[in-house]
Write a protein that binds this ligand. Sequence first.
Ligand SMILES: [Zn+2]
Ligand SMILES: [Zn+2]
Length: 217
Amino acid sequence: MNIKRFVTNAIGENCYLVWDDSREMAIIDCGVWDKLKEEKIARYIEENGLHPCMALQTHMHFDHIMGLPFLHRRYGLLPQCHALEQPIYEAAPDMVSSWFGQEMEPLVPVGEYLVDQQQLQLGHTTIRVLHTPGHTPGGLCFYLPSEKLLFSGDTLFQGSVGRSDLPGGNVQDLLRGIWKQILSLPDEVVVFPGHGPETTVGDERRTNPYLAAYGTM
Ligand SMILES: [Zn+2]
Ligand SMILES: [Zn+2]
């Protein structure tokens, strides 16, 4: 399995390109918001002979969606996310203009709503959808069981967990979801978060202070 990370914007959001030997590729959380970075990603895709097949969204906060118009324009892709993210998505342009004084490109429609435990096929590789609400109501993680890889969005970070104080957030849901959906996976699963460096399920189970506290409750 191949993974290429692009840090796409000022907020340090991680966009991941993921592909196997079929060269069918998923783009997870394309938060790119300038033309230079768009071109950099497009060039990488071209140089490596990749076929962009899906635009998977862990959630629809503005820092994870800015590149969706680019993916649609360039590759005809529409985002796939949980249905509960629709209001978060629709609120993003107002958030961007009030926080940054910038106008977003018009939103592209959602292509497909994903549900918990749904299996997606990327080339020869199966991707399992895990619903992990709490950072946002429709937060998702994407798990590749055969590769022992997890893309955790803003649900779980190295040594930390996602914010739950934004609209639709809930700390109990967040911690419950992490315990049920993520910490139930094998220790050696490598976790690629929406911000910051990768980690493993085992490291987080042992050392993440937010999770230890909840685990004893
Ligand atoms: Zn977020
Ligand atoms: Zn984020």
